[in-house]
Structures are given as C-alpha cells and as structure tokens.
Design a protein around this ligand. Structure first.
Ligand SMILES: C[S@@+](CC[C@H](N)C(=O)[O-])C[C@H]1O[C@@H](n2cnc3c(N)ncnc32)[C@H](O)[C@@H]1O
Length: 265
C-alpha cells in the first residue's frame, strides 16, 4: 500500500480533491491512504503560529522549524521518505512519478511524508536535516505547497495496480514512451462534417499503430520539441531511409508533366 502523510496549513486542499473520482475509489479500495495533517497541531503557543519573521530582515514570513521537526519526528518510520514541495526542487516528471510508485508496484509498501510550504517557504534547517527529496511541479510560484502535493499524489497513485480500471491506460499515454499521445476519437464517426480518420475504421491494427506513431511524433515535434529531439536521438532507425525495390521505372519520371520536388522541370 502507498501511505502518505501530508503536513500542511490547509488540509482541506488535500482531502477535497483526493476524495473525488479515481483517487477517491483508490482510497476506498485500500490502494492508497492519504492523511492530511494540520501542521498547527504541533505548535504550542496560544496563537498556534507556524511561521515567523525572516532572520536578518526581508519581506514575508517563513515556516518555523519547531512544529515541522516535531510533526516529522512523530510520523516518520524506518523507511519513510520526506518530500518537500518547493519551486526550487527537482522537477516532477513522469519518471519521478514512476520512481515514487515503484516500491508499491509489486505488492510492496511505501510511506512518504509530504511537507507543504507556505509564505516564503520553510526554514533551511528543515531542508538540511529532514528532507530526502525536494520536488517542484514546474517553473512557476504557487501560493502554497498543498496544490503541488495533490498533483504529485494523483500522478503517483494512478500508477499503482488497480487504481485505474484498465491497466493499459497508464501504459499507452503521453510520456510513457517519451512521446505525447496520438490524437484519439470516439463516436460519432462524423461530427459536424469532421470525420474520424479512416484508419480507425479499417480494423487494420498494424496500420493504426503506424498512424498513431506518426501522429505522436507530429504532436510531440510541435508541442514539445525537447521531447522530440530526445526521442529522435534514441531512435535513429525510425528515420533511416526504408529500403524498397523501385517499382516505377525511371523513364516514367522523365515523361512526367508536373515537376517532382527537387527535380528539374
Ligand atoms: C510562495 S511559495 C515560496 C517560494 C519561495 N520564496 C521561493 O522563491 O522559492 C510558497 C510555497 O508554495 C509551494 N510551491 C510554490 N510553487 C511551487 C512549485 N512550483 N512546485 C512545488 N511547490 C511549490 C512551496 O511549498 C513553497 O514553500
């Protein structure tokens, strides 16, 4: 089972989204267990303060060491990994989701504590002493880490066996093979004059697979040239000229009226 304890000033931002749809069902069926804790429960003053002014001055407030240390020390077990959500962290991509899901994929267990920052972030002594992994969900700044934690939990939990109805759903999708997913269609076959590509109605699975790969490449090249470059470098054979026997004799080209690209007219 995947167990996650989330430390946040906004537990409802965790429990709300994760109680819905596939995540809600995964929790009900015991595939994941997410507990959202109010970090202020580990404070001791009457105002339940979890933040304080920056040492040396400067704008904003920082989350204090004391409640975070106490909370993590109470929740941590032998194999727990502590993850801090921060824009300064390693960028969370599909391989990181795979890495976090891996211990549970063959019936094993994993326990993560996810610490969500707020204000200007957390006192650096927390990062130095308690945090195993810093994760960012992208190069932008959110108001707090709970939103980012939900993104991470959702992406990891859906990889677990049984979380999605159809196991192939998490295999044949964007990023699983380094490319974006090919366009997909459902009924009706014609909608407002727009037709589902004929290959899908052909029943020819090889042709469909080839079509999908070409469309995946097209979409990836347009939307994510970085991924396209990486895929192309890893699959030079895809771009190698196909060796085919020439069916058309050269004389046919010489008699052509319309010029062919690259040929003198
Ligand atoms: C306003 S941000 C603090 C940003 C911090 N002062 C900095 O410049 O790195 C408050 C909190 O939101 C969360 N957060 C903001 N952007 C994030 C991102 N891109 N990925 C993960 N967490 C983020 C972190 O938990 C962070 O501590």
């Amino acid at each position: 089972m995947l167990e996650i304890d989330v430390l946040t000033l906004f537990p409802e931002m965790i429990t709300g989204p994760l109680s819905q749809s596939i995540m809600g069902r995964a929790a009900e069926s015991g595939i994941i267990s997410v507990r959202a804790h109010q970090l202020r429960d580990w404070t001791h003053d009457k105002y339940r303060r979890a933040d304080d002014y920056l040492c040396g001055g400067g704008q904003g407030m920082l989350m204090k060491c004391e409640p975070i240390f106490e909370a993590i020390e109470e929740l941590r077990r032998e194999n727990t990994r502590v993850i801090l959500m921060t824009p300064q962290g390693r960028v969370f991509r599909q391989p990181v989701a795979e890495e976090l899901a891996a211990p549970c994929k063959e019936g094993g267990d994993a326990h993560y504590i996810i610490l969500c920052g707020h204000y200007e972030g957390v006192d650096y002594r927390v990062i130095e002493t308690l945090v195993d992994m810093e994760l960012s969900i992208g190069d932008y700044i959110l108001t707090n880490g709970a939103i980012a934690a939900v993104v991470v939990i959702d992406a990891v939990a859906r990889l677990l066996p049984g979380a999605l109805g159809d196991a192939r759903s998490s295999v044949e999708e964007s990023f699983s093979d380094g490319l974006l997913e090919a366009p997909a269609y459902t009924k009706p076959n014609v909608f407002r004059g727009m037709e589902v590509p004929a290959v899908f109605l052909s029943g020819n699975h090889k042709a469909m697979a080839e079509w999908k790969l070409e469309k995946s490449l097209e979409r990836t090249k347009t939307n994510r040239p970085d991924l396209y470059e990486a895929w192309a470098a890893a699959h030079p054979e895809h771009f190698a000229p196909k060796k085919k026997r020439r069916k058309t004799p050269l004389t046919t080209y010489k008699n052509r009226k319309t010029p062919v690209d690259g040929e003198p007219s």
